[in-house]
Ligand binder design. Structure first.
Ligand code: CA
Length: 228
């Protein structure tokens, strides 16, 4: 089942689209303004977003830029007004994956959405799930259940490295290279600093990074079992 974020201030259209998408088996959250959309986008792991560019409070393109700047990486399908070619181009430049011009046929929206979700499903780095921890290896967003875990770029890079091969031991050198890709002089104890911060942030997800002396590190459930 896909989880969708529908951002549309036209209540009639939002209700109609929401009902149709739910009939297709999706779970749909509706935001009727940009601020609410941003709050929802940061608080849950969506599979895709349908974004109307004409919103009452924020410019839809500005909202899209803010989402992409917050490492929110799910696909976005923008809805634009007829003949707004400039708007479409700006939308794609700001990180939209596809667009539809209003008015559109419901069937076309559903087909475009299926294509986006398929593309996402075919990604080499989809969501990685470990118990309650959900991590978008591409965008760097992490969640404990539905609650976002704020990670720095380095922490996300370390988590990406640790979740690449679940249950396996990752060497300190591999983590060092992931966290400091351009700094060959970074001290090995900088890894410890990154890892202790990451452990604190992962506490709510019931996952920790265990040091195995002389071997490296492994992602484990807090109970001590290696995460498979
Ligand atoms: Ca609108």
């Amino acid at each position: 089942m896909s989880r969708l974020l529908l951002v549309e201030d036209d209540r009639g259209l939002a209700a109609g689209l929401g009902a149709a998408l739910r009939r297709d088996g999706s779970q749909v959250d509706v935001a009727d303004c940009g601020r609410e959309a941003l709050r929802l986008a940061r608080s849950a792991a969506y599979d895709a977003c349908i974004l109307d560019l004409g919103l009452p409070d924020l410019d839809g393109i500005e909202l899209l830029r803010m989402m992409r700047a917050s490492a929110i990486g799910f696909p976005v399908l923008v809805l634009t007004a007829r003949d707004a070619l400039g708007e479409r181009i700006r939308g794609l430049d700001a990180g939209a994956d596809d667009y539809l011009v209003k008015p559109f046929e419901l069937g076309e929206l559903e087909a475009r959405l299926r294509a986006l979700l398929r593309r996402r499903g075919a990604d080499s780095t989809p969501w990685r799930q470990f118990g309650p921890l959900r991590f978008d290896a591409e965008g760097g967003a992490a969640f404990a259940g539905d609650a976002p875990i704020e990670l720095t770029r380095r922490e996300a890079a370390v988590l990406e490295c640790l979740t690449r091969r679940p249950g396996r031991i990752v060497s300190k050198e591999a983590i060092l290279a992931a966290a400091f890709p351009t700094d060959s002089e970074a001290a090995p104890n900088a890894v410890e600093v990154q890892l202790s911060r990451l452990r604190r942030k992962l506490e709510t997800a019931g996952v920790t990074v265990r040091a195995l002396r002389g071997l490296g590190y492994r992602l484990e459930e807090t109970g001590g079992h290696a995460v498979q």
